[in-house]
Design a protein around this ligand. Structure first.
Ligand code: ZN
Ligand code: ZN
Length: 275
């Protein structure tokens, strides 16, 4: 299921030395993902309900009620922790603690998944303190553990969503914000969901986060390292989004990989005060 992703990661590990470390770690975890096969219930959203939701700007699900397989995700989380706890990472102590927690109480992973899905930072920080792990690392691992299940959900339902008719800066499937954008071959902009990976078209001159449209609020700068990458920012809400121009980058990887392979752009955006 994830072979294609691994091929792209391998290619970018060679091509983008600045992101090598992040990509190598990511590759190891993606390599473990095939070890679980999440159950996906057949989901049918009644046509009228779907249309009404879409018209009113409601995503098909909210982050709190996504029908995900927590059991398979917990199994994957334990594989990740097992693997990482045997490496030479600085946070090995915390990883072992987390693995012990998970093995003694299967509900621990569910609490972590809930905190991540509900964006409950307080709870996430608490779980981080209990295990001596950086909440950001926990969030990353939890989100990656949920990925096969999110992917199965998308495979089962994505075609039912009329993405062309979706006029919002948040994901039509799960309501999350985008973390990456790309221009397709015709120059049209698409956004990529930070959680489920769904993609949908969005006007270029419109901030996905605050909907600002005024020219004076919107701007961008290009990557100096590689052609075809830029950061679009908004002076009104101070947010930014990294963009891959597929007219220039012909062999762009899936957006979740491009996101990790462009960390240098986050550093520059943050230096300019964008978040
Ligand atoms: Zn989504
Ligand atoms: Zn904005």
């Amino acid at each position: 299921m994830f072979e294609n992703l691994l091929e792209h990661i391998d290619r970018l590990i060679e091509k983008r030395p600045a992101s090598r470390d992040a990509l190598v770690s990511y590759r190891e975890l993606v390599g473990l993902m095939d070890q679980v096969a999440p159950q996906q219930q057949k989901i049918h959203v009644e046509g009228r309900l779907k249309d009404v939701k879409q018209e009113e700007g409601f995503p098909l699900f909210s982050r709190n009620d996504l029908p995900l397989d927590f059991e398979a995700s917990s199994t994957l989380m334990s594989r990740f922790l097992d693997h990482l706890a045997a490496t030479k990472r600085e946070d090995v102590g915390g990883l072992k603690k987390a693995l012990d927690q998970l093995k003694s109480d299967w509900g621990w992973a569910n609490r972590l998944f809930r905190a991540v899905l509900e964006k409950d930072d307080e709870n996430l920080t608490r779980i981080g303190k209990e295990t001596d792990l950086d909440p950001k690392a926990l969030q990353f691992l939890a989100q990656l553990s949920l990925k096969p299940s999110l992917q199965a959900l998308r495979n089962s339902i994505s075609e039912e969503i009329d993405k062309g008719g979706w006029d919002h800066g948040y994901c039509p499937l799960c309501g999350s914000q985008p973390n990456m954008a790309y221009f397709d071959k015709t120059g049209k902009r698409h956004l990529h969901c930070e959680l489920c990976g769904e993609e949908w078209p969005h006007p270029r001159l419109n901030c996905p986060f605050c909907r600002a449209e005024e020219q004076k609020s919107l701007g961008y700068f290009h990557s100096e390292q590689e052609e075809g990458f830029r950061v679009d920012f908004c002076r009104k809400c101070n947010r930014y989004i990294k963009t891959v121009d597929k007219r220039i980058v012909e062999d762009a990887a899936p957006m979740e990989v491009e996101y990790l392979a462009t960390i240098h752009l986050d550093v520059i955006a943050s230096k300019h005060g964008f978040k």
